[in-house]
Design a protein around this ligand. Structure first.
Ligand code: PLP
Length: 390
């Protein structure tokens, strides 16, 4: 983990917005990068807010001594929830998207003797959390009542766009118009929210008119593409995460050798195979077999045969000179150093880099640095030769 990339990415993103507040989204263990390490780096780099889906992650940030405002948006509303109580005690703002949630939050806040600070969520078309526009008037009226009773404070109003990754989609205009109506209705009901926020990474880069008072940046701070049409390098963003492993075995096999379970790959000539001690238990997708490459000893070599639970094989070609057991294989990382990117791996399995980085298993040790990781002995990959039978 190159924490300097996270820091540089945040600074690059902040230059692209006039919104006065910047939230770094650190849900999902900071997209697999390490919750507390990333949060501390983000705050130092100028993030005003942190965002998590789960209350438990927000509470963990407080336990680590982080004091900036935090918003959390996914929880089970129950009057007996110790987690909600702990979140409120820890000054964590929570999202509020239904009258049912409001009653629970106000009830817990009343017992605590302090108002719950909330951001009302509009469902502008994602059909995920939040209140639909036809339920909004009731929500804001009840929220105002709870404010007057001293059990609630509405600090923000927000929505998450269904079509953020497709800037030309008319759904964006409709959703933002609904959002502006919702803000107006909230004011008419007597609420005075300070923070309106709508945009995640894609719209930070391509829709400045959607930035309002705060933007919520996830993928882009990790240096991955938030949408297919947005290349992180074009915006000065670079991946923070590189996944590497040592080559643990190297062997020569004759022509006609089947590789891995069910011999889905068979060598057509004598080849060298390398063994990498990572598998699907580590979050390596089975689907990358034959579809992705790793960088080792300055060469770009394909993953061959089925990925096993703890290990997979790479095809080092007919000549493995210069490659040794113990050499570092770079699975993915910063394309600038010759590695595939997590986005390349995502594309190889019909998905995106977000799924790749998020599935890296907790058992993989994380190492933190403040300089960019550089592939060992990086050289331009040679032109593709004939492949093995797959
Ligand atoms: C995940 C998430 C974000 C960040 O999205 P990115 O596309 O990763 O920038 C922002 N807001 C909410 C509500 C989210 O769930």
């Amino acid at each position: 983990m190159d924490l300097s990339a996270i820091s540089d990415n945040i600074q690059a993103l902040k230059k692209r917005t006039e919104a006065p507040f910047f939230m770094a989204v650190v849900k999902g263990n900071a997209y697999g990068h390490g919750l507390v390490e990333v949060a501390r780096t983000a705050v130092k780099a100028g993030a005003d807010w942190l965002g998590t889906a789960q209350l438990s992650e927000a509470i963990a940030l407080r336990q680590a001594g982080i004091t900036v405002p935090i918003l959390s948006w996914l929880y089970l509303a129950s009057q007996t929830s110790a987690t909600i109580r702990e979140a409120l005690e820890n000054d964590i703002d929570v999202s509020l998207g239904s009258v049912g949630q409001l009653e629970v939050l106000a009830g817990i806040a009343k017992r605590l003797g302090r108002p719950a600070v909330v951001h009302l969520e509009l469902d502008s078309g994602l059909s995920r959390g939040g209140a639909r526009k036809e339920d909004w008037a009731e929500l804001v009226a009840q929220a105002r009542q709870a404010e007057l009773a001293g059990n609630l404070r509405v600090r923000g109003i927000w929505t998450h766009l269904a079509w953020a990754d497709v800037p030309a989609h008319p759904g964006n205009i409709t959703a933002v118009a609904e959002f502006e109506d919702a803000v107006r209705e909230a004011h008419q009901a007597g609420l005075a929210p300070e923070l309106r926020h709508v945009s995640s990474s894609a719209n930070i880069l391509d829709r400045p008119e959607f930035h309002f008072d705060m933007v919520r940046a996830g993928l882009a701070i990790y240096g991955l593409a938030p949408a297919d049409h947005l290349d992180p390098a074009d915006f000065g963003l670079r991946p923070a995460l590189s996944v590497t492993a040592p080559l643990v075995m190297l062997k020569k096999v004759p022509a006609g050798t089947g590789v891995s379970y069910e011999h889905q790959a068979i060598t057509y000539e004598p080849r060298y195979l390398g063994l990498i001690p990572l598998g699907y238990a580590d979050g390596i997708p089975k689907g990358i077999s034959g579809r992705s490459v790793v960088n080792i000893g300055g060469r770009t070599v394909p993953v061959i045969g089925k990925v096993c639970m703890d290990q997979f094989m790479v095809d080092l070609g007919p000549d493995a000179s210069g490659i040794d057991v113990g050499d570092t294989a770079v699975l993915f990382g910063d394309p600038a150093c010759g590695a595939a990117s997590a986005d390349d791996w995502g594309a190889a399995i019909g998905s995106h880099g977000d799924e790749i980085i998020n599935r890296i298993a907790p058992r993989l040790p994380r190492a933190y640095a403040t300089t960019a990781y550089r592939c060992p002995d990086y050289q331009e990959p040679a032109a593709a030769g004939p492949g093995n039978v797959a």
